[in-house]
Design a protein around this ligand. Sequence first.
Ligand SMILES: *Cc1c(COP(=O)(O)O)cnc(C)c1O
Length: 829
Amino acid sequence: MPLAYFHNLATVTNGLVVMETNNLPITEIIIDSRNKAATPFPLFFAITGVNHNGHDYIEEAYAKGIRQFVVDDGYKPSIIAHYNDLNVLQVANTLEALQQFVAFYRSKHVLPVLGITGSNGKTIIKEWMHEFLSRAYYKTVSTPYSYNSQVGVPLAVSLLRGNHKYAIFEAGISKVGEMAKLAQVIQPTHGLFTNIGPAHSKGFNNQQQKIEEKAQLFNSCSTIYYCQDHQLIHATLQRLYGASKRLKTWSFYNQSADYFLVYQALVNENKTSLQMITPTQRMTFLIPFRDSASIENIAHCLVYLLDNGFDQAQLQCCLLQLKSIPMRITLKAGMHGCQVIDDSYTNELASIKVALDFMHQQQKTDKPSKTVILSDILQSATPDQTLYQELAELLTMYQINRLIGIGPVIGHHASLFKMQKSAFFNTVEAFIENKPYFKDEVILVKGARTFQLERIVQAIEKHTHGTILEIDLGALRDNFSFFKTKLQEQTKMMAMVKASSYGSGSDGFEIVSTLQRYGVDYLGVAYMDEGIHLRQQGITIPIMVMNPTSDGFNAMAYYNLEPEIYSLELLEELCCFLTERAIQNIPIHIKLETGMCRLGIEKAAIDQLVIHLKTANLHVASIFSHLAGSEAKDHDRHTLLQAERFLTMTDYIESKLGIKPLKHLLNTNGILRFPQFQFDMVRLGIGLYGVGVSKAIQHDLTPVSRLKTTISQIKSIKKGDSIGYNRQTIAIQDMTIATIPIGYADGFSRSFGCGRGRVAIQNKYCPVVGNICMDMAMVDVSDIQAKRGDEVIIFSAEHPIDELAQRVGTISYELLTQISQRVKRIYYN
Ligand SMILES: *Cc1c(COP(=O)(O)O)cnc(C)c1O
């Protein structure tokens, strides 16, 4: 069944038909030309975002077989002139048209639709609710991953089909005016407000406004569920909807709520007993978690399900099987040079497709072989034969080389899958016993939660000690977008990714491919090797190398890397090389000395430079200089002087040579503090990683990395005992200490020893005691109930690296780049 036909689309969006071949059906919506269509009649919406413009990818989409397009007013795709087999619709705003179209599609379905909003817990509640409903044999559709944005919501709702019995969609917003649009698309019949975080939010004046805006999701609802312990939520929902809708509330404190909840952790077990008391009933549930966030999320699920007539015994049965697996795709290093994409928590056809797209985007050119490890697909209303046939087609379309099936059902349909080297196992245990050999492959592990495929991930990932650097690629993208909004439209962005992307990369690729995807114009690396490495892995955007050496010119020319020329000697060497090899026109970047006193051509040498450039066969791609003190007011006079010198020197070179190269001067803090010097390009470094800026700006950025480890051992020590090498700390009283597996060889500097550094355990700061060792350190946990295996945060968004750096008189740049390569990096999105 198609979603609609081209004519419906034109009517609903009130668009102008620029070309029509046929009133074709629309079977699927695509907004990213790199994604593949799974059905015969996809429709491409050219969405314009901060970082990319969908209109630029229309040709590419056409080449992939897409024939139907929605474009913005005033945009005439050049393919219209070349082809006559298209359906093209022009609208005032493609994003709004997408929302209108899906709202129209949604209105054709009658079923219970739960709309979830709030600050935290949306995704996990949605996942758990999905699990409850599917186990009760209701075919349910829900938001894949966290598709809860202005674009994500319509995509999620477009997955709704006639045979679904329940739908669950989450809605997230970042500013006023957005929720009304999402509400139109979701049209929920029931609403759930999770909670509201205390955090400063960029797009809102205050909490009240944020809650009112979010509550707009519930306009079409008959019933709204929420916890009345959040007083502002309670008051606002009462005021807005108290008279017109059923409000179903729960509380840990107030017995007048519809459900009064009392809970107690079980001794010696990782479980909690939860009593739910209503005027007529008293029920007890056993929950497989102890943390307060999980208990709150479960409470939301149970209240909704009980209110909708679900059976207590059945809920209990399902409850015990819930897992708190992280709700996200993570990218890990695997054994024998493999890359592992861990998505071991859901498994429906729609989410398999999303994961395959992710795999496609993350693939490095030097790891061409693609493997998918997949469990049986559970609870689908489609007959098995059709379902696995569809799956086989999907895998073929994504050119998967190898399939490992886990489970009896997928094994039963083994003959449908044509890839070589495929293998099928009945259980995860059977797989682990006879583990196939993997080498240099990218491996997607995806399965229904009951299969616990995380055990497979454990078996094939590369093992290191317990210290991990987690990198949030979503935060990277948000920071990038934030800085984009600070730039004039024509100003280009060079991302500085030297030193493996400021220590965040294992080899820099994951970060850089994300930046490439979001449309960064240029990259800056310190050494040629870094640039070569990126090229070998498939990075195609221009790369400037800041410290080139003459013996590397050959390789640089071969790999299309662009040298920084910081002295006349280097320029002469490059000219000699070019003449010898008869290589034409290599792009160079001239670095001027304006007051940093590091590398750069000085004013006195400018005339010489001009003479050289006149005769050389070189393309001056850019001229630039670097600020010495852009972050501090104290240095503003020096900064202005640098800018003035830069302009005088560049004007002179330009007029003498009659050229107009790109000019650039600003680094992160320069972008934030001196917008008047943006010129043609800026060079963003530390800000991308969400740190290293003033407190005022920090609100708008999200730190990208989180360094964490786990406690290896707990010790009770007596007053007078000494701790560690050189006996630098002597206990002045009895105390409890924890040993953690991170030392100076991992980048936890020895200067953090003896109380100068601290870590966070259970959200409390614990000072370092004794000297830091090479591979370990000890911290004081006397004030908390810590146990072996507890998570230890060295720094994260909540525990800022800038603060840690200050404690030992350094800067975040140094701490980040010192994290050694033996610390495993994990990327998630
Ligand atoms: C590292 C570097 C930058 C980036 O500086 P941040 O302060 O990290 O933004 C810009 N330009 C040059 C020449 C650099 O070496």
